[in-house]
Design a protein around this ligand. Structure first.
Ligand code: PHE
Length: 370
């Protein structure tokens, strides 16, 4: 003990680590933000129950960017300059992750996006990471599933032209499907503010595709599924990407979408061991099945805490280096290795909508088997 009667080997007060999370907690993509936050909260509880990171509890400061680009810029700056966070979690969508990523990278604060899949996001610079797969792989896997597994050759595409995720994934799919021998017989795009899709749907129907690839967010997919059904196109004619994964899609268009497949990060019945641990904890706390967003939010936070624990120092730079060195991290969304481009090298799952539930169908780009 020292003169003041304190043991110098024990830190006076275990100052909490401050981590910032910027999310769409209101506005157009609210559900993405809320579900991601739930996953982060579970991860924080889990790590703090185990005594925190290096003996210090973790505190996450949440900021709502209202699904808005300008607010994203403001909130991320605030977390960095006012709150002095050591790392950032967010955003859910590629468009806003790009904005947040630029700010984080400029201030040399490591950022991990849980669910932004557009390749551009991590290309911003050395401080920007992700725990989800990228859309080049997702587009390729979607195309292989459609052309090879389902054996469909005449394909339509419908996407949002003013969204970096949707238009990017559509492009990746288009190239891959053509290379595999598929024919794009019709292609239509809309802008995010549109709500009536009947003109596009009718034009697509009249081109007689066997299947329509629709890499769009759940909030547009709900009216599209309903309007398509009314026009004589069942939801099972659509194949989508991870943007479909929100409880709202099941509630509001589950019936219309019965049988449809999409590429995804997670489903409650995926076969990975840590997925079961997460599922149990999530159900106990939130009384329903988790989405991809929650599982990815959980993985992004746990992977960050793991890196903070391994880091050679407590600075944002040291934490950045430790994130970059992550190998074979066992997450709820599978085994994650951070590659030299700061992307997650991991498996993708094909999920089917069955009885208003997201159901595991198959693993593609299988990393566990590799
Ligand atoms: N991948 C989407 C994007 O990059 C976000 C998303 C992920 C949406 C998972 C739903 C589920 O914008």
């Amino acid at each position: 003990k020292d003169a003041a009667g304190k043991d110098p080997s024990v830190p006076a007060a275990a100052e909490p680590w401050k981590v910032g999370a910027y999310l769409s907690l209101s506005g157009a993509e609210t559900q993405f933000g809320i579900e991601t936050k739930e996953g982060i909260e579970l991860a924080v509880d889990e790590v703090n129950k185990k005594g925190g990171v290096k003996g210090r509890p973790v505190k996450v400061l949440y900021e709502d960017n209202k699904s808005n680009p300008q607010e994203t810029n403001n909130k991320v700056l605030q977390l960095i300059t006012r709150d002095k966070v050591v790392a950032l979690l967010g955003e859910v969508a590629s468009s806003r992750s790009t904005i947040g990523g630029i700010v984080a990278n400029k201030h040399k604060i490591p950022m991990i996006t849980s669910s932004a899949t557009a390749p551009e996001v991590t290309q911003i610079g050395p401080f920007v990471f992700r725990v989800c797969f990228t859309d080049d792989t997702q587009g390729q896997m979607g195309a292989e599933f459609v052309v090879k597994t389902m054996g469909k050759k005449r394909i339509g595409i419908l996407y949002a032209s003013d969204d970096v995720y949707s238009s990017g994934l559509a492009a990746q799919f288009r190239d891959a499907a053509k290379k595999l021998g598929g024919e794009i017989v019709v292609e239509k795009s809309f802008i995010k503010t549109e709500t009536n899709f009947t003109t596009y749907i009718n034009e697509i129907r009249d081109a007689k595709p066997e299947l329509v690839y629709a890499p769009i967010y759940y909030n547009a997919m709900v009216p599209i599924a309903r309007q398509a059904k009314a026009a004589g196109m069942p939801g099972s004619m659509f194949v989508g990407g991870d943007g479909w994964d929100a409880e709202t899609l099941l509630q509001d268009a589950g019936e219309e979408m019965e049988g449809a497949y999409f590429t995804n990060h997670y489903a409650p019945d995926v076969p990975w061991p840590n997925a079961q641990i997460f599922l149990k904890a999530y159900k106990e706390r939130f009384k329903r099945d988790p989405s991809s967003l929650s599982s990815l939010g959980y993985d992004s936070a746990l992977l960050l805490f793991d890196a903070m624990g391994r880091a050679k120092g407590d600075t944002p730079e040291a934490i950045r280096d430790a994130i970059a060195e992550t190998k074979n991290f066992q997450g709820a969304t599978g085994t994650i290795t951070i590659d030299p481009n700061r992307n997650a090298d991991k498996s993708i799952v094909i999920v089917q909508i069955k009885n208003k539930k997201f159901t595991y169908f198959a693993t593609v780009n299988d990393k566990a088997a590799a």
